[in-house]
Design a protein around this ligand. Structure first.
Ligand SMILES: *Cc1c(COP(=O)(O)O)cnc(C)c1O
Length: 365
């Protein structure tokens, strides 16, 4: 609520947007504050970085123009020949980016299902990075962060957890042994489907890899605008209450959907039927706003989303307004996602209204 938000010199309780790209030197040639040029740093970005580092219990944070730009900055720190282990269900764009870099840099990349009980045994060779996401997209797999952190460190690798879905309100990977947290702040952090952004947070700011990330942030310049940083900082003020509302709606709908005759399977870590429910209970404070449901087949899923009225059929997630997406339509050929799977990003509308919409859409199939 308060990190990164000191009162203004005139007592303003809301920070100002500081669009200036450059900062003046005085007669002696000295800068008057901490900032020189906005690609390198800016008051609004510094405030957002301070707030995100505080929330994730990290040493420092670096903000980017998108989650993908944040992931790219981390991957730019890799050296030719480095090994990277990555989750089989990692965000498609990040996986694709890694595969692309693997070609140029001759990286050794290896896909691992971190949600399987013997996942940590797959980590054997010396490695630079281990990348995972929990809960994952769109299968809602849950990974034991502490167990993978131990195995990653055993290989000399830094563990990177994409915490976009859970947010620091529900889980703080850096307190469970992760070395870096990645966010697409476009999603729950922004929360209103109106800002694109990304962030990396480091547990230890003194490592060479973090130094490289900071250098790449400033040199490559994929940074968010001061206005976007202002919006994201404002959104953080309501993050905890929004997440509570998302979780309450998602839990109620997941429980109801699980008993619905037209639904074959509900994937939600808060349900006792979820294979990793116990891990989720241990490492998360609540279970999030994302629910995936499986209908009988592709046609049934298509008919279901076509009939939705309150849920908007669109990609992305984490906004206060509910979204639904028939995943197979947007996933690349060869994806492991079941054809009848529909991903729901449950918003904070009245739960009865959301249930009524799902009910009318299901009964119309
Ligand atoms: C959306 C998303 C990303 C990519 O972020 P952009 O802001 O769209 O670039 C990365 N990871 C996860 C889990 C996401 O949901």
């Amino acid at each position: 609520m308060h990190a990164g938000r000191p009162l203004g010199n005139d007592g303003a309780v809301s920070p100002s947007v500081r669009p200036s790209t450059t900062f003046a030197r005085d007669a002696r040639g000295a800068l008057q504050g901490e900032h020189l040029y906005t690609r390198l740093s800016n008051p609004n970005r510094a405030a957002l970085e301070e707030a995100l580092a505080t929330l994730e219990d990290g040493a420092e944070s670096a903000c980017f123009a998108s989650g993908s730009a944040a992931a790219n900055a981390l991957l730019e720190t890799l050296q030719p020949g480095d090994r990277v282990y990555y989750g089989h269900d990692l965000y498609y764009g990040v996986r694709k980016l890694l595969q692309k870099k693997a070609g140029h840099l001759k990286l050794e990349i290896e896909e691992v299902d971190f949600s399987s009980p013997d996942a940590t045994e797959a980590l054997q060779e010396p490695a630079a990075l281990v990348l995972l996401e929990t809960p994952s997209n769109p299968l809602l797999d849950v990974v034991d962060i502490e167990a993978v952190a131990g195995a990653a460190h055993g290989c000399g690798a830094a563990l990177v957890v994409d915490n976009t879905w859970a947010t620091p309100v529900l889980q703080q990977p850096l307190t469970m042994g992760a070395d870096f947290v990645l966010h697409s702040t476009t999603k729950y952090v922004g929360g209103h489907s109106d800002v694109l952004g990304g962030a990396l947070i480091a547990r230890d700011a003194s490592t060479d890899r973090w130094h490289d990330v900071r250098e790449i942030q400033g040199l490559a310049g994929a940074v968010p605008s001061p206005w976007d940083c202002w919006l994201l900082l404002r959104s953080l003020s309501t993050l905890a209450v929004r997440i509570d509302a998302h979780c309450a709606n998602a839990r109620a709908l997941a429980t109801w959907l699980e008993a619905h005759p037209r639904i074959e399977r509900v994937r939600y870590p808060g349900l006792a039927s979820h294979p990793a429910h116990e891990i989720a209970r241990r490492q998360m404070r609540d279970f999030g706003g994302m629910v995936s449901v499986e209908l009988a087949n592709r046609d049934a899923a298509h008919a279901f989303v076509r009939r939705l009225e309150l849920f908007t059929v669109a990609t992305s997630l984490g906004g206060v307004h509910s979204l639904a997406e028939h995943r197979i339509v947007v996933e690349p050929p060869g994806s492991k996602t079941p054809e009848g799977l529909v991903r729901l990003s449950v918003g904070i509308e009245d739960e009865a209204d959301l249930r009524a919409d799902l009910e009318q859409a299901l009964s119309g199939i």
